[in-house]
Each structure stands twice: as structure tokens, then as C-alpha cells.
Design a protein around this ligand. Structure first.
Ligand code: BGC
Length: 582
């Protein structure tokens, strides 16, 4: 059982920086129990027909988001970018990629979303810029030791002529984490750190100018009516590079406790977020929210969700689970227990970095391999390894009801409301993800969940763009038409209608009481009770289980009836007489 309390508020005496956008919803704590829908702008909807999704495309689909019933959208980066990492290589944090629109288009989009009662969260990428950012270009043109280089992590190389990288660290996307530059006089020069792709040089957060600039970025978007921020790689930023150049650091080993890892989750990073909270987030009325993407040891997650810092943090534990009741129960219990006082739990099954869970749940488990890894192996096999797509979809529908029954906020990923599967057979020429590119195709990367959405059955872009428009770089597979939004709209039992009904019901059923009580009645079953007298039952076993008698509120399979059998791979919400004391 778990209950949240309101965070302490410290609105400064000074007036709010701007008046809130007129149509913006005012509640301060909206993010606690919100259903947030992640839009990956470049593959959501293409209004101008250049083959790339854009802001006007998002505005044109506000009706879809409103009918779905989401509380907020989170936009992955829409900033100018060479797309070396899907937009997470940002050229200018305070501008819109001209291919995606203008600031006026952004304002119009925010107005339309707010008018539909939908809040807006934007991604900020504070750990690095792109290598096309004005600061980085200035750094390349400036000598070693200059102020311009000091905004990034430039170091001399080792060995004769400085030909060796400053340390043995590997980048998350493969290869060395250091890239050598050519100095202005044409000679081989210093090296700079890039934890991700070489096109994403890491910033040096010990520099005051770097800190101030991000505050400006936050204010820039908050002034335009943005309600909150998703903070990319929130556990990065502050590093102790020089103390560790001699040490081989496992770049992905973020599980080290104690805040002493040279690159990740250092205790000092919380000072950055305390300043964001004090100087920006709480300087607005209503305060702007923030959610941390922090891949840290679960015991340290709460630090990122501190109300005096970012306030909320993603929990990727459920996201990592296979179709296994024990694993999921542990993830849920852990998520509730680790919730920071004054924050709320968060749940997610898919995002732009994962194999879609609809497919993941159909990939057979592998001994000693996590569900995400097993699914990645399936993608890398070009879809030739066995997978049961129908089973995956069936389980994904059941998982939705489980997730939405939990206390806290839920983050959905675009296209999951259509039951979209991963696209596993993207041809090499179309591949975009640096993980795939840098591994020479050995890894397939994350492109398969970033293919342009199908809105209609209309060939050739399935309503993603105008009929005579350019095709998206990653072509949509032929099967997309049959699962498009238009085909599912109004069709009883469709995945789209299940999502709409589930979000509607959740809104009716959710109270301010975040208690959750497990009802332990059968192996392989996740049966929980929520305040207000309703239950969610999910059958993860291989056999039918009995569903309690009462009023059936919703089921993931239309054949389910209250008091009847709940087949494997299904969920139901039931109101049981007497549960709420009536
Ligand atoms: C984002 C990724 C991105 C990386 C580097 C993440 O965690 O979600 O898509 O590649 O940060 O910015």
C-alpha cells in the first residue's frame, strides 16, 4: 500500500514570469496521476508532405489525442538537428527544426492542445548538444584551454603525439567515447568526450555558463505555455572525468550505489535540479513539472523524483518485465515502495528506445535473458526468429489494463493505442539509428518502433502525409493499413476502442487515494484492489482463472464476463459488491 502527499511548494515572492496561457489547465498536481502520450514528432503526422512528421501534423491530430483521453503529450525533440540520434542531437535548444515548423506553429499546437484540455511536456537534452551547435563550432575554432572548449569535455590524447584517446571508455552507441578533432591549423588535436554518438559532445556542467543556459532554455519553453519537461539522461550531466582517466569504466554500469560513478548519477547532479526547481519550475504559476529519465539503481531513483528537484522519475522496471506475474509484481511493489515522498509512481511499457511491447510479449522467453534483450535479438534476426504476434497483442491489451489500474502516472508511446507491432525488417539503406549504423547492422537498433504512424488505409503513406507527399525515409510496411486508426475507429473490440474505454474508465475510477491492495488468489494472477471498490485482475498463467462476480467494468477481451472465466493473457476490471463497504 502506498499513499502520496502534496509536495512542499516554495513559490518565490516575485511575480510569475508570465501569465499562464489562457486555455492552460490550472491544477498544480495534474502530473501525479496523468496519462501522458509520447509523440515522436518526426513519425507522428506529416502536414507539409516532406516525408517528415511536423508540428502542424500534431495539431491536425489533436482530435485523435482528445478522443483517446490523454491528459498530456510529451514531445520528443523537435529542435533543429541533423538527426544523428533521432533529434537527441540538438543544434539549438530554443528553436524549432525548420523542417518541422516554426515557433508560431509550436504556439498554435500548444493552443490547440490546451483548448482540448491536454497539457504539453517537452523533452530537454541537457547532457550534450549536437556537434553543429554554435557552441561546439566555436569550440572547434578555438584553441585548447579556451573558454569555448571549456563548455565541453576536451582533453589531450595519450601516447606519442597524443594519438591515443584520453581513456579507454566506450560510448553507449559503440566505439570509443572520445573523438579527436582537427585543430584550426589543420593538425590533429585534442579529443572530446561523447557518451553517446560523436555528433553528441558532452557538456561540462561544472561551467556556470552551461548551467545558466539551460535555465534560459527552460524559461523559454515555459514562457510559451509548456506545462512540463522530460529530462533526457538526467543521471548524466555532472562528471568527474580527470579523477578517473586511468580507470576503465563500464559505461553502461549505472547500478553502482553511492553516487561515486565518474559519469553517472553523481550526488552533485541533484544540485542542478534543485536550482531548476527553485529558479524556474516553481517560479511559474502553476509550477512546471519535470520527469527524469534516469537509468539508476532503483534505490536511488527517488532522488530524481524529489519535490525539491525534478519531482518525478520514470520507472523502467515494468518496462523490463517479461510476461511473468512474479516479475511484474516485484516491479510494481518496488515502484510503489521506491516512490519519493511527495512524488508519484510512474509506469511505462514502451517508448522510442524499446521494442514495442506488443511484439515483446510475443517473443518466447530465453533462459537468462531479459525480455527487452530477447526482443532485441528477435529484431536483429530480421523477424525470422519465432514470435507469436497475436499472443503479443493479446497480452499487450491485458497489460494496458494492469498498468492503468496502478496508482500514479502512466506514459504511453505513440502507436501502442493501435496495437502496433515492431517493424523488424527495415532495409539497411533506410536504417537511421546510430546504434545500428555504428554496429554495421549487427544490432538493429530502435528504428522499428519509430516508423511513421498509419492513420488510414490510404496508400502510399497510410494517412501519415498527404497522398502526393514524399514518402517517409523508413517505409511503412503493407500491414500498417489494416491496423490504422481509421480502420479501428468505432469498431467494438478494436485496440483503439479498448484504449479509449480504458482511459475513460480510469478517469472515472481514479480517486486521490493511491492505495493498492493485492488479493492473492491464484498463481500467475495479478489481482489488485483499488479504493472506491474496484479490482483489476490479470491472468498471466496458462490456464483459465475465475473472475470475481460483480459488475464488469472493462475487459481486454470482449468475450470475458463477470463471474466467468478469465482466460490466459487477459485482464478485467470488476466492481465487487461489498468491496467499498456498500
Ligand atoms: C533518449 C535516447 C537518446 C539518448 C541520448 C536517451 O535516453 O531517450 O533516445 O538516444 O538519450 O540523448
Amino acid at each position: 500500500m502506498s499513499t502520496t502527499t502534496a509536495p512542499a511548494r516554495r513559490v518565490p515572492a516575485s511575480a510569475p514570469v508570465t501569465a499562464p496561457t489562457p486555455a492552460a489547465p490550472q491544477a498544480r498536481d495534474w502530473w501525479r496521476r496523468a496519462v501522458v502520450y509520447q509523440v515522436y514528432p518526426r513519425s507522428f503526422a506529416d502536414a507539409d508532405g516532406d516525408g517528415l512528421g511536423d508540428l502542424r501534423g500534431i495539431t491536425s491530430r489533436v482530435g485523435h489525442l482528445a478522443a483517446l483521453g490523454v491528459d498530456a503529450v510529451w514531445l520528443s525533440p523537435f529542435y533543429p538537428s541533423a538527426l544523428a540520434d533521432g533529434g537527441y542531437d540538438v543544434d539549438d535548444h530554443r528553436a524549432v527544426d525548420p523542417r518541422l515548423g516554426t515557433l508560431e506553429d509550436f504556439d498554435a499546437m500548444v493552443r490547440a492542445l490546451h483548448a482540448a484540455g491536454i497539457r504539453v511536456v517537452v523533452d530537454v537534452v541537457p547532457n550534450h548538444t549536437s556537434d553543429r551547435h554554435a557552441w561546439f563550432r566555436e569550440a572547434l575554432a578555438s584553441p585548447p584551454g579556451s573558454r569555448a572548449r571549456g563548455r565541453y569535455v576536451f582533453r589531450d590524447g595519450r601516447g606519442p603525439g597524443g594519438d591515443e584517446p584520453p581513456s579507454s571508455w566506450r560510448s553507449i552507441f559503440g566505439g570509443s567515447a572520445w573523438q579527436r578533432v582537427v585543430e584550426a591549423d589543420g593538425t590533429p588535436g585534442q579529443w572530446y568526450l561523447h557518451i553517446f554518438a560523436p555528433e553528441q559532445p558532452d557538456l561540462d556542467w561544472s561551467e556556470e555558463e552551461v548551467r545558466e543556459d539551460m535555465l534560459e532554455t527552460l524559461r523559454f519553453w515555459a514562457d510559451r505555455g509548456v506545462d512540463g519537461f522530460r529530462v533526457d539522461v538526467a543521471h548524466g550531466l555532472v562528471k568527474d572525468v580527470d579523477g578517473h582517466l586511468d580507470v576503465h569504466v563500464e559505461i553502461l554500469d549505472t547500478g553502482i550505489e553511492g553516487g561515486n560513478h565518474p559519469l553517472w548519477d553523481r550526488d552533485e547532479v541533484q544540485e542542478v535540479y534543485a536550482q531548476w526547481r527553485r529558479d524556474v519550475l516553481d517560479a511559474y504559476d502553476p509550477p512546471r513539472s519535470a520527469v527524469a529519465e534516469a537509468s539508476v539503481h532503483p534505490d536511488r531513483r527517488a532522488r530524481y523524483a524529489d519535490p525539491l528537484g525534478l519531482g518525478q522519475a520514470f520507472n523502467f522496471d515494468l518496462f523490463a518485465c517479461g510476461w511473468d506475474a512474479g516479475e511484474m509484481r516485484r516491479a510494481i511493489d518496488g515502484g510503489l515502495a521506491q516512490m519519493a515522498a511527495g512524488s508519484s509512481a510512474t509506469w511505462t511499457l514502451s517508448n522510442h528506445d524499446s521494442v514495442r511491447h506488443t511484439t515483446r510479449f510475443g517473443v518466447p522467453p530465453r533462459e537468462g535473458v531479459g525480455s527487452q534483450e530477447a526482443a532485441k535479438a528477435w529484431v536483429t534476426s530480421d523477424g525470422r526468429d519465432p514470435v507469436d504476434l497475436d499472443l503479443g497483442l493479446r497480452r499487450a491489451r491485458a497489460a494496458l489494463l494492469l498498468e492503468l489500474a496502478l496508482p500514479g502516472a502512466v506514459y504511453l508511446y505513440q502507436g501502442e493505442e493501435l496495437g502496433l507491432h515492431e517493424v523488424a525488417d527495415i532495409p539497411w539503406e533506410a536504417v537511421e539509428d546510430p546504434i545500428a549504423v555504428r554496429s554495421g547492422g549487427e544490432e538493429k537498433g530502435r528504428d522499428g518502433c519509430r516508423v511513421a504512424l498509419p492513420w488510414t488505409q490510404d496508400w502510399p503513406t497510410f494517412g501519415f502525409g498527404p497522398e502526393d507527399g514524399a514518402l517517409p525515409g523508413m517505409r511503412q510496411p503493407a500491414w500498417f493499413g489494416a491496423v490504422s486508426a481509421a480502420v479501428q475507429d468505432g469498431v467494438p473490440g478494436s485496440t483503439l476502442e479498448l484504449y479509449r474505454a480504458a482511459l475513460r474508465r480510469r478517469r472515472e475510477l481514479t480517486t486521490a487515494d493511491d492505495a493498492l491492495t493485492w488479493v492473492d488468489d491464484a498463481p500467475g494472477v495479478l489481482h489488485l484492489e483499488r479504493p472506491g471498490g474496484w479490482r483489476s485482475v490479470t491472468n498471466l498463467s496458462e490456464v483459465d482463472v475465475a473472475l470475481p462476480a460483480g459488475e464488469l467494468l472493462l475487459a481486454s477481451d470482449p468475450a470475458v464476463v463477470a463471474g466467468g472465466a478469465l482466460p490466459p493473457g487477459t485482464s478485467a476490471w470488476v466492481r465487487v459488491p461489498g468491496d467499498d463497504g456498500r
